[in-house]
Design a protein around this ligand. Structure first.
Ligand code: KG4
Ligand code: ZN
Length: 334
């Protein structure tokens, strides 16, 4: 089965074509960083307009690269959560194309696609596993019993981890998006000069909070005479605190559930320091940790095509008509 995946929830147009028979994945990405950089963050209207420009030519390119002449067998598109205007581009194009091709279409939850991304690797994890989902909009710990069965163990009460990376990077004068830049700067920082708090690790529970850490960093920044070394030292202390906090919560979730397989997904899981820390912690416990390859960590069409393939083969598809959900919980509430 060939599934076209369309991701337009934020500032990247991701188009992929997944062939489930061969495992072949054509994965095309257009990043809008150049457009939003000068504003220090994503400008929703500019994001929607750029998706409109890119989405159809990229679908054409993906079909051509895959050698698919006429049509895919199914279409999957991100229908939330994300920016409403950006989402609507992918949803409307995907649903319309499915109508024209007379193939089934399915709307995908963006975070579900992130947490299934490690299944695209050659050595995928076995169910059940724990998933640390860390992106620009979410920080969540999930128990994944099988595709579609998710238990939310804990999430951020305020800022997402990626949001904290982006805000601290901005404070330090780094370009948007700040995650990769602040991690690179941290490499040359002194780990002993500052020690920042590990929020909510001194009490039981699997919730996260990053806004207090952010305020703490802002205060240290104001009190410190800034030069390049001070910037690197602050970046280092921040990355260490964020990574340590995420690792402590993952360890606690493994202890509480008895599940020894962990996956990390979402943009922040591309972070080298986080990968190393989680790998050390999990191997100490005799478990295994899995990550998607870096291009499947940040937003991409491949994870949408794969999640779509699972939904479509399970018989799920959308009627004509479409909807996008800017806020959308992956787990049933209450
Ligand atoms: O999953 P993603 O691409 O988009 C959302 O769904 O939000 O995640 C984007 C977030 C941004 O906050 C970005 O700064 C962060 O992931 N990020 C990183 C790294 N690469 C991307 N954070 C830390 N280290 C990285 N290497
Ligand atoms: Zn994402």
């Amino acid at each position: 089965m060939k599934v076209l995946g369309i991701e337009t929830s934020c500032d990247e147009t991701g188009i992929a074509l997944y062939d489930s028979d061969t495992g072949n994945m054509i994965n095309l990405l257009h990043s809008q960083i150049g457009i939003h950089n000068e504003f220090g963050g994503v400008v929703p209207e500019l994001a929607s307009r750029d998706h409109i420009r890119r989405v159809i030519p990229m679908i054409r390119d993906a079909m051509q690269d895959a050698g698919v002449a006429r049509r895919a067998d199914g279409i999957a598109y991100t229908s939330g959560p994300g920016l409403i205007g950006a989402l609507l581009v992918g949803v409307a194009v995907g649903r319309s194309l499915a109508y024209a091709w007379d193939v089934p279409a399915v709307g995908i939850h963006h975070m579900e696609a992130h947490l299934l991304a490690p299944m695209l690797e050659d050595d995928p994890p076995e169910y059940p596993f724990l998933a640390l989902l860390v992106s620009g909009g979410h920080t969540q710990l999930m128990q994944v019993d099988r595709p579609g069965e998710y238990i939310l163990l804990g999430e951020s009460l305020d800022d997402a981890a990626g949001e904290a990376f982006d805000k601290i990077a901005k404070l330090l004068g780094l370009d948007y998006p700040g995650g990769p830049a602040i991690s690179a700067l941290a490499e040359s920082g002194d780990p002993h000069r500052f020690t920042f708090p590990r929020p909510m690790t001194d009490r039981p529970g699997l919730e996260f909070s990053f806004s207090g850490l952010k305020t703490h960093v802002v205060n240290v920044f104001k009190e410190t005479s800034m030069d390049d070394q001070a910037r690197a030292d602050i970046a280092r202390a921040f990355v260490d605190a964020a990574v340590d906090t995420l690792t402590i919560k993952c360890r606690r979730a493994m202890e509480e559930t008895g599940i020894s397989t962990l996956i990390a997904a979402g943009g922040v899981s591309a972070n080298r320091q986080l990968r190393q820390n989680l790998a050390d912690m999990v191997s100490q416990r005799g478990g295994r940790v899995f990550y998607p390859r870096p291009e499947y960590c940040t937003d991409n069409g491949a994870m949408i095509a794969y999640a779509g393939y699972l939904h479509l083969t399970a018989g799920r598809s959308e009627p004509l008509g479409f909807a996008a959900y800017p806020r959308w919980s992956l787990v049933a509430s209450g």
